[in-house]
Design a protein around this ligand. Structure first.
Ligand code: BG6
Length: 510
């Protein structure tokens, strides 16, 4: 058990010198949205605090509203609210002096000409050499338009400098739209310029799945169908839709988190060892996992929608009562799936997935449940003990309380052979003395460097949409009759328990 304090930089997977980005201007489209204030600017500021930003650096927020200098002020408030810095800190003030704003409509060609000129001016003042990192944080319907306009204005492949583009999720809303967006984006940009972001890949604990599996000798030999009974992945949130009614009505749980975040987690748990920790080998192995997933039958799916209930002692409304939500909405706020990966390693091992809003608590966790020993030598003792027999479990806590634990049986002190399950626990905060960075720091830095290892690739996005689209279509063709079918603050609809009970299994209590 690691208990020693270790001083590590949260972003330094390679040596800092190998990961120094070139001078860059980060241009955020859709900058008046919540994401920029709550995540992106705080992440950039933390990179600055850690000395990881280039010396020549600037940020430009782009959105429709004429915000002017109020933008930098607002961003400063967001950074302070995030914690760890006072409003009058001179370093923060210096950072904010590099934050500019450009008001324009995303479909207005003049806006792009003006932006191009403003960026050229900044290059002269800051020495940013024409390098750009465009971040598309707008509503998804603007992604293609913005990229087209950048191309038309010579901003996608300029004569001077490096241009990279981060595209926020959702990348498409089904297979056809994802393919169309890929075609559109790839007609203007080379694949090496495109960074399809999934912030889960920036989380330390998600990257640690690979370290746990491939930097240790003892787990990989048992990481297969011979030893593993089944795998569970839970992405439970206690929050509701947080005022995002119009977005969520069109999305639902399957599109919002399963197609992307949960599928990424699954690929890390299930992939073969890559030949190196590089972008192409990792993407290749992830893709092989998704392609090996057997089409998911409707009987192996469960959908749900929350009704009113109690979360953290507070009475909360049902989904249909949320603002800007159809009172007869059939959008799912919960999804559970049982799937199988048909390859040599995993044949016959079910993977159970569940994700939902307004569940009993916030917990993203992966449970690897091992098979029982071939002979239960201590059955009598276990049956007489108050704990009973439990299989070995490795549980990876992605958030909160980030860490990993191993459950095994131990002898209860005394004169009989009674056993009880106990947990050996690794806790990130205790072991390393640092709290996990917001995933955006790592990903912004990687994109500035041009390292796409932790970003989604064209083929991967299409592979996960290929799995989800038939389910979405089947669900749309058969509207649910029982919504709302779980109370806010519960663990989801009863059918999700039945999905496992059919196989003689149950969800792990989190
Ligand atoms: C986002 C979804 O991608 O991920 C949100 O749109 C969800 O609905 C969020 O709440 C969860 O992210 P995290 O990092 O809080 O687990």
């Amino acid at each position: 058990m690691a208990t020693a304090k270790v001083t590590v930089s949260s972003t330094s997977m390679k040596g800092a010198s190998e990961r120094a980005p070139e001078p860059t201007i980060v241009v955020i489209f859709g900058a008046s949205g919540d994401l920029t204030k709550r995540k992106l600017l705080p992440a950039l500021y933390h990179l600055e605090q850690d000395g990881l930003l280039p010396k020549s650096f600037g940020v430009v927020g782009v959105a429709r509203r004429p915000l002017g200098d109020a933008f930098a002020k607002d961003m400063g408030e967001g950074i302070v609210e995030g914690g760890g810095v006072e409003a009058n800190d001179p370093k923060l003030q210096r950072f904010l002096s590099l934050v500019k704003y450009h008001a324009m409509n995303f479909d207005d060609p003049n806006g792009y000409s003006g932006l191009k000129q403003a960026l050229a001016e900044m290059d002269k003042q800051l020495g940013t050499s024409g390098n750009r990192l465009f971040y598309l944080a707008t509503a998804p319907e603007y992604f293609a338009e913005i990229i087209d306009q950048l191309g038309a204005h010579g901003m996608a492949k300029p004569e001077q400098g490096t241009v990279r583009v981060i595209i926020e999720k959702p990348f498409g809303h089904d297979l056809d739209s994802a393919r169309a967006l890929n075609a559109n984006v790839n007609s203007v940009l080379d694949e090496e310029q495109i960074f399809r972001i999934d912030h889960y890949l920036g989380k330390e604990t998600v990257q640690n799945i690979l370290v746990f599996r491939f930097a240790n000798g003892i787990f990989e030999p048992i990481w297969n169908r011979n030893f593993i009974d089944h795998v569970q992945i839970t992405a439970a949130e206690s929050i509701g839709i947080e005022g995002r009614g119009p977005f969520y009505e069109k999305a639902g749980a399957l599109r919002d988190v399963v197609q992307n975040h949960v599928m990424e987690l699954l690929s890390f748990v299930a992939m073969e060892p890559p030949i190196s920790f590089g972008s192409a080998p990792i993407r290749t192995e992830k893709l092989k996992v998704w392609k090996a997933i057997h089409p998911i039958p409707m009987e192996a799916t469960v959908r749900g929608q929350y009704g009113p209930g109690t979360v953290d002692g507070q009475q909360v409304p049902g989904y249909r009562q949320e603002s800007r939500v159809d009172p007869k909405s059939t959008t799912e706020t919960f999804a559970a799936l049982r799937l199988e990966i048909e390859n040599w390693r995993w044949a016959g091992v079910p993977f159970y997935i569940r994700a939902g809003k307004r569940l009993a608590k916030r917990a993203t966790e992966i449970t690897i449940q091992f098979k029982q020993p071939p002979l239960l030598l201590f059955r009598d003792g276990a049956e007489n003990s108050k704990c009973g027999i439990e299989p070995n479990i490795i549980s990876m806590r992605i958030q909160p309380n980030e860490g990993i634990s191993l459950r095994f049986a131990a002898k209860v002190p005394g004169t009989t052979m009674q056993s009880c399950p106990v947990d050996m626990n690794f806790d990130y905060a205790t072991a390393f003395g640092v709290s996990s960075a917001n995933g955006y720091e790592r990903l912004l830095l990687d994109a500035m460097i041009g390292d796409a290892t932790l970003f989604a690739h064209r083929d991967g996005v299409e592979a996960t949409w290929s799995l989800m689209t038939p389910l979405l279509q089947a669900w749309a063709a058969n509207p649910p009759k029982d919504f709302p079918n779980y109370a806010a603050g519960s663990w989801g609809p009863a059918a999700a328990d039945e999905l496992l009970a059919r196989d003689g299994r149950q969800w792990r209590k989190l």
